[in-house]
Design a protein around this ligand. Structure first.
Ligand code: 5GP
Length: 235
């Protein structure tokens, strides 16, 4: 049986992560999305078993004790969130790869257990853009928006532990990059003896896009984005 490649996607809320993950799942075949378990209450239109499995703290603790979780974390010092191992097992049985939408703490745990995992951090183009998106969404009260922006400022600093960074300034381009990262990693794993340089334009295209998203390559463009958050903090 082939071990799945795990793709970890993290981002502050409002960065467009859910849309990008949906685009990835609609475009690239043989991917399973892991639905997390959480102790937080459902919001708005969220449904149990679709967005999350909403469970109580006691059940969550039992899952930890039973070693049912691949990783788990207390996010924002409030609620517990975790990834069930069974999604990984299912991906392995089917020969699929696995996509996780988890936070920075979870990403570090998964990378330690599964070094082959590829981690991707999605960044908004600026603090102002993130603020406008959160307002356009119309889901949150002003106070919640301000809290999300503060959290985003803290979370964003964790980008450097990720393998890739995508600045979501254009949703089509960002989705194309996310797909390319997944397809290039999958190709590399399935053809360890081959070099993409000897392949057709499509494979080379995935690699070119994926390499351009490597954290080291994106670094110069990340600095101005971080500055917009730091400047807001000092005001
Ligand atoms: P929200 O409550 O807004 O849906 O998610 C809050 C944060 O929890 C997000 O950063 C999200 O990526 C993270 N998260 C969701 N599921 C998991 C999980 O299973 N494990 C970890 N570590 N973080 C998660």
């Amino acid at each position: 049986m082939r071990e799945p490649t795990v793709f970890i996607v993290s981002a502050p809320s409002g960065s467009g992560k859910s849309t990008l993950v949906q685009r990835l799942l609609a475009t690239v075949s043989e991917l399973i999305f892991s639905i997390s378990y959480t102790t937080r209450r459902p919001r708005g239109q969220e449904r149990n078993g679709e967005h999350y499995f909403f469970i109580g703290r006691d059940q969550f603790r039992r899952m930890i004790q039973g070693e049912e979780l691949l990783e788990w974390a207390e996010v924002f010092g409030q609620d517990l969130y975790g990834t069930a191992r069974r999604f990984y097992d299912e991906a392995r049985e089917r020969g699929y790869d696995l996509v996780l939408d988890i936070d920075v703490q979870g990403a570090a745990q998964v990378k330690q257990k599964l070094p082959w995992a590829r981690s991707i951090f999605i960044l908004p183009p600026s603090r102002r853009e993130l603020e406008e998106r959160l307002r356009r969404r119309g889901e949150d009260a002003e106070e919640v928006i301000q809290r999300r922006l503060q959290r985003a400022g803290r979370e964003i600093g964790g980008y450097s532990q990720y393998d890739y960074v995508i600045i979501n300034d254009d949703v089509d381009r960002a989705a194309e990059r996310l797909c390319a990262i997944v397809l290039a990693a999958r190709w590399e794993k399935r053809h360890p003896e081959r070099s993409p340089a000897g392949e057709g334009g499509e494979v080379q295209g995935w690699f070119a896009l994926a390499e351009a998203c490597r954290t080291e390559a994106v670094e110069p463009r990340v600095a101005p984005v971080l500055r917009t958050f730091l400047e807001a903090k000092s005001q």
